[in-house]
Design a protein around this ligand. Sequence first.
Ligand SMILES: [Zn+2]
Length: 498
Amino acid sequence: MSNEEDVFKAAEEISSETNLQIMSHSVMALKQYIEDRLKKDNDANPIFEEKLKSLYGENVIKLGNSSYKAYVYLECTEDLIEQGKDNFKNFARIYSKIDKVLSVEDDSISYALHLRITSHGKGTSSYDNKGFISESCGRFAVGHDIGHAVLNLDDLINDAVTNDNQSIIKEKKDCDTARHYEVDFFSYILSDLRDFYLLELDGKFDLSKAFKSYNYKAISKFLGDIVKETVFETLIDKKQNEEQFFNEINDKINDKINERLNGIEEVFKKSKKLYDYSLQYTMSHPIIALNRRINSKFQLDVDDKLEKLRNKLKKHELKRDSITLAGDFKIDIEKIISKYKIHIEMENLNNEMENLENEKPGINIHLISKEEHGEEPTIDCYNRRDENGKKNFYCFEIVIKKFSNKEKNNLCIKICKAIGFIYFGYKLIIKRFNDDNKLGHLIITDMQKSVNDFGLSEEEINNFANKLCNLRNVNFEKKRNDIKKETKLKNRLASYVV
Ligand SMILES: [Zn+2]
């Protein structure tokens, strides 16, 4: 890639993918939120630790020498509804997986919890006639699934296995792993907080004021269940007269409603906490877009390689079959040797193809926000290969320092440069990992120096970054203007201000 136009096209390609991403800042923040729960101040989460012991044996955890990681992958799909499957919730899934990686560099062990979330919704976001986020849109679905990852994390850890294809939280009415209605409120508040930010309303968002406006919605979601449950309990309790019976039922129902409402108030607080984390994850949308983009390019390259190997194999096969033996060993000896040589080459090709297919290499790009970090972002590039599936992951973590609102614009352009660096340089970095055949880190602290080291063009990266940043600002303003037209939403949120 050399001319300016091509570089702009690359930025536009990432930017258009960005528009398809939903709640990316919360998805990015989820990684940090989970990592904090897996290990905080050197104390491992007991449920995670128990799970590791059950998977890898009692003595696997060498404290002090092991690190805990979390990876979150979100996929949004919106075409299922069109296929006649009217309730998108029936198809939302969260897969949880645990892996163990032993670094060949320093014998350190890292354990990771992977969450793969598939959300389904119609369109990115829409609102109902009272200005609440619509339950059928993508933003609501994503918020709901993020809510499961926060509220049901212990269950997800408990159910995690060491291979893929394990479905954990399925949206079924009879599924009792999770209280789906609570997660709905997690999603409502997450969406409201985001819109509150976009609308630039003055003052503070008051959770308890918001809670009051959701009361009727909440009660309507669980009242039916409570009534059924209470009537059943009370009937089998004892024989009473009618008045006593109804008084008792009434009291019980009211107690249960209050208990459940308290639960929802707690859910509001947890949603707010994740949202507060997410404020430090600016530019998450293009980072997830970049991840998707280069992952699919990377997969295409792998498919391409496989195709070439397959063709080579076919040619060898034809060559092998074209050698016909006369039956006389003395005459045939050369033919036999060349047949044998082809056989060996074919075996090698088959092995190479099998390895490539088994590895299913993937790319993960995340943004990490740290209290203690220098002014300049760093990129931590590392290679992971899990012990069980032998799946290879190439990870790129853009690490930034916690920032204030004043520093935000300046930081955005720096993150865009890091995105550009990965966009133009990821193949070279991956090649370096593969050539060294090592599992470890390559930490880029001085981006300019690394640009030179890898033979990249600083001008290209800068042009890409400026274009991406401009496109982001244009998109953001458009979104802000669209949301300002939602007057019912605006009025409702304004009434929550203190
Ligand atoms: Zn659910």
